[in-house]
Design a protein around this ligand. Structure first.
Ligand code: GUN
Ligand code: ZN
Length: 431
């Protein structure tokens, strides 16, 4: 057994319904076989287990591993294409790069970069938009299994209005998706998700095929995009002649408790009501929404309707893998909404980046916080001595203030070590 000693912060109870930040300045976590057996003041845990090995994580902060609920595997190399709205960015930046994943050896390299990007940012669990090519999705699951992170992903499918290399047919989408799901769903920490790219690029027959796959994969997930950009929404409205965007998915019974829809920057009240009724989740992607000028996410309205919200990096429209950055940008955007915005405190940001994502992914009994009975999926934020974050943490007025400083100043460079199930999946030498 191992005792991890450090300042541990987490949010087992939802701060959006009054839950506090749980913070212990000198905590001990007793871990056996990847599970947290005991948690308490370090001195007490130590006195009960004087012979066990101690890993000293004092200085900095120990946080749950982040849960990224929306991130694109084939877009690592497309990060940073600024200056365009969604549809132009897709055409000029994202889709040409995604087409390159048709080359399996290229996909293997990108899979390594992608999984490395997640772990180096402290992300231990992710819902990942895969590629349009089955061998590339294989490469992603293979790399995720090799490194050990928790990935839910699948084949991305489309059958219109994208460049030709990225298009499939309903029959082929069904066959390839099912084959991938049979190979990877429930294997290690991998799970399968059915992923029509967005209604703009998916006709009804393809969405029907997506539903058919979901019926075959017990415990499978559904993810897609929704209501991101006004031109996209207008195009979807022309293509479908339904009352709103959500209905394009809902009419095929794709919206339920295991569904996560990304963005929803411009929802109608009817859509928010239906999302809440179905128990579906929304992945809020703040840097992407800012970079593409998509709009300011109406968090208050989501909460008023009881729609579950978590955080996504949306790499590569999003500007990096760090959910610290996403949390900070979420905070900025709510501030910019003035009285319509939600006053996000540090505990809300941590919750959105951890527990909320675990709940959205049906994993909250295993990960998302560092309580007894949970898996030890954790990260140690340990900034370089005398860096601005180091100075800020050492001078913080308390744990909540320290967390605010971590969101304000923290980057992947500050993530020293990351564990999944008690195994190190990333560690960097101190500078
Ligand atoms: N909508 C359809 N595809 C994409 C994508 O790759 N990124 C974003 N942000 N929105 C999308
Ligand atoms: Zn996306």
């Amino acid at each position: 057994m191992t005792i991890y000693r450090g300042t541990v912060l987490d949010t087992p109870e939802d701060p959006f319904t009054g839950g506090p930040l749980r913070a212990e300045a000198d905590a001990g976590l007793l871990v056996r076989d990847g599970a947290i057996l005991e948690r308490g003041a370090y001195a007490e845990v130590r006195s009960r287990h004087p012979g066990e090995q101690v890993v000293d994580l004092s200085g900095g902060l120990v946080l749950p591993g982040f849960v990224d609920t929306h991130v694109h595997f084939p877009q690592v190399r497309a990060i940073g294409g600024l200056g365009m709205p969604l549809l132009d960015w897709l055409e000029r930046c994202a889709l040409p790069e995604e087409a390159r994943l048709g080359d399996p050896s290229y996909a293997v390299s990108v899979a390594e970069e992608f999984v490395g990007g997640l772990t180096q940012a402290g992300t231990t669990t992710a819902l990942v938009f895969g590629a349009h090519f089955a061998p590339a999705v294989d490469a992603l699951f293979t790399e995720a299994a090799r490194v050990g992170i928790r990935v839910t992903s699948g084949l991305v499918v489309s059958d219109r209005l994208l460049r030709d290399e990225l298009l499939t047919t309903p029959e082929r989408a069904y066959d390839e998706s099912l084959a991938l799901a049979r190979r990877w769903h429930g294997v290690g920490r991998n799970r399968y998700a059915v992923i029509p790219r967005f209604s703009l690029s998916c006709g009804d027959d393809l969405l029907k095929a997506c539903r058919a796959v979901l019926e075959e994969v017990e415990g499978g997930y559904f993810t897609s995009h929704i209501n991101e950009n006004v031109r996209e929404i207008a195009t979807v409205a022309r293509l479908f002649e339904l009352s709103h965007y959500l209905e394009t998915y809902d009419q095929h019974h794709l919206v339920g408790p295991r569904s996560i829809l990304a963005h929803n920057v411009h929802p109608t009240d009817a859509e928010l009501r239906t999302l809440a009724e179905r128990g579906a989740s929304v992945a809020h992607c703040p840097t992407s929404n800012s970079a593409l000028g998509s709009g300011l996410f109406p968090l208050t309205r989501h909460l008023a309707y009881g729609v579950h919200v978590a955080l996504g990096s949306d790499v590569g429209a999003g500007t990096g893998f760090s959910l610290l950055k996403e949390g900070l940008q979420a905070y900025f955007m709510q501030q910019l909404l003035s009285e319509q915005g939600y006053q996000l405190a540090p505990a809300h940001l941590l919750h959105l980046a951890t527990t909320a994502g675990a709940t959205a992914l049906g994993l909250s009994s295993e990960v998302g916080d560092l309580g007894v009975g949970k898996r030890f999926d954790a990260q140690w934020l340990r900034p370089r001595p005398s860096s601005t974050l180091d100075v800020a943490l050492r001078n913080a007025s308390g744990n909540e203030d320290a967390l605010a400083k971590a969101f304000a100043l923290g980057t992947p460079a500050d993530v020293r070590t990351v564990w999944v199930d008690g195994d190190e999946v990333w560690s960097q030498e101190p500078a």
